[in-house]
Design a binder for this molecule. Structure first.
Ligand code: C5P
Length: 215
């Protein structure tokens, strides 16, 4: 049983990886499964929110949320988020957005030559940092999946992107898994939640957001 504390609130969630095409048959992506973001979207909807889920490519079943938008690249995710953002009370950026994309897309399949091949990458826009910097920004929650120095990197990210709340976890503990352990970093400090199913962590996170926002 989940109390409907988010009734009348709109929550935008991004989830999954993004996929950056190199040529018609190749792409760059990452190991995000989308499970954490989908859990958060599903639980937020169950807690009464009107949820918009913007998802990169995953193999998951589309959850029952108010609005679902499927995207491929970071640029498409950026456009989908910006289209919906003005109406949102809360933005939760769970997606593992590719930091870079190929500088050029080759419309023809790149042929192998036997020689080394250099691929030039250019940075993608940081969706959550841009949202957090908007006037009248919704309450923004970022995720930090790190391989080392978890709290240091997560807090640095929280400061740099100006996010009131960051959810930190060790990438290899969470990517593709059904369970995870998380640390929440906010103005008060850190709050650790050890290994639990992602649906349970989603409820914990959403309750924490409600507490900070006084709802
Ligand atoms: O810097 P890093 O990619 O590790 O930050 C992770 C957080 O920033 C996540 O909340 C992710 O959804 C968000 N992000 C974003 N746009 C990017 C890169 C990351 O919204 N281009």
């Amino acid at each position: 049983f989940l109390p409907k504390i988010f009734k009348g609130k709109r929550i935008l969630v991004t989830a999954g990886p993004t996929l950056e095409s190199i040529d018609p048959v190749r792409a760059l992506t990452n190991f995000s499964s989308g499970k954490m973001g989908y859990s958060i979207a599903r639980v937020a909807q169950a807690m009464g929110a009107e949820v918009t889920l913007v998802s990169g490519p995953t193999s998951l079943t589309t959850p029952l949320v108010s609005h679902f938008e499927s995207v491929t690249s970071a640029e498409e995710m950026y456009q989908a988020v910006m289209y919906a953002i003005a109406q949102q009370d809360i933005f939760i950026g769970v997606a593992a957005v590719a930091d870079y994309r190929p500088a050029e897309y080759s419309a023809k399949k790149i042929k192998k030559s036997g020689q080394p091949l250099t691929l030039e990458l250019i940075p993608n826009r940081d969706i959550i940092a841009e949202v957090a910097a908007m006037p009248n920004a919704p309450f923004c929650v970022g995720f930090a999946a790190e391989s080392d120095d978890l709290l240091k990197h997560a807090e640095e990210k929280r400061q740099r992107k100006k996010l009131p709340l960051v959810v930190a976890n060790i990438a290899s503990d969470t990517m593709g898994k059904d369970d995870a352990s998380i640390v929440l970093l906010d103005d008060e400090g850190t709050h650790t939640f050890s290994y639990a199913p992602k649906a349970e962590l989603a409820a914990t996170l959403l309750q924490h957001i409600a507490n900070i926002m006084n709802i």
